[in-house]
Design a protein around this ligand. Sequence first.
Ligand SMILES: Nc1ncnc2c1ncn2[C@@H]1O[C@H](COP(=O)(O)OP(=O)(O)O)[C@@H](O)[C@H]1O
Ligand SMILES: [Mg+2]
Length: 253
Amino acid sequence: MNRKYIIKTNNLCKTYTSGGIEFQALKNINLEIYQKDFTAIMGSSGSGKSTLLYLLSGLDIITSGEVCLNDTRIDTLNEKQLSLFRRKNIGFVFQDINLVPNLTLLENILIPGYLVEKDRKKVQKNALSLLDTMGLKLETNRLPSQVSGGQQQRGAIARALVNSPSVLFADEPTGNLNSSQEENVLEILSKVNENGQTVIMVTHDVKSACRANRVLYIKDGELNGDLLLGKYSKNTLVEREKELLEWLTNRGW
Ligand SMILES: Nc1ncnc2c1ncn2[C@@H]1O[C@H](COP(=O)(O)OP(=O)(O)O)[C@@H](O)[C@H]1O
Ligand SMILES: [Mg+2]
């Protein structure tokens, strides 16, 4: 099958320097992420998963190599161009959620929308429809502190989607949630992916990764494995978990 890629990297490297000591967090990453895929990134703690997500989304600056997103070399953009590009093309969901505490869920979604789209009515309509999709109709005008952690994270997903990004990135989006909230959030991510949204999610949870149709494994800053799982369906969850776990075990998980 000839799949169209939306992200491509070429010898992507990231070195952190702290206290005069250099640490190579990512080494020569060469990968392609395909349009409409749900890609999971796995690997042990400290292997470089978050770093990779930040570099692919332009939230952090690469040390060397190339990152292409939607046919744009994002590593050569200046700060202003990059922030404009991110606003339009990137949605990012963080483990610690970080909605603005003194704004309602609706307002949290409207603000980034208004930054990109001048037609405010259009943004409002889209935000309300996203809240509906996320099962948050009743919570529209509540503050983050007035809803559960899972509802907050679904609000954050709506916020990330308001500008119809090319790619939705999520860094351990269920890391701080209980298991029923986790299930709700994963269900939402599956749903938006089924609707054609490209999703890239970092997770260290096997069950969460089973939502993806492709799993990448990072080990000590290097791409160490690439598994095609096929499209997610609940019916095949047990077999998927088994296949993924076996594969992970072979990589030293
Ligand atoms: N800002 C930073 N300065 C120095 N080292 C960092 C910084 N951010 C991450 N690292 C180091 O880079 C490695 C990869 O980190 P990270 O990408 O956060 O890993 P993961 O998300 O897989 O747990 C770790 O060893 C971490 O300590
Ligand atoms: Mg991380």
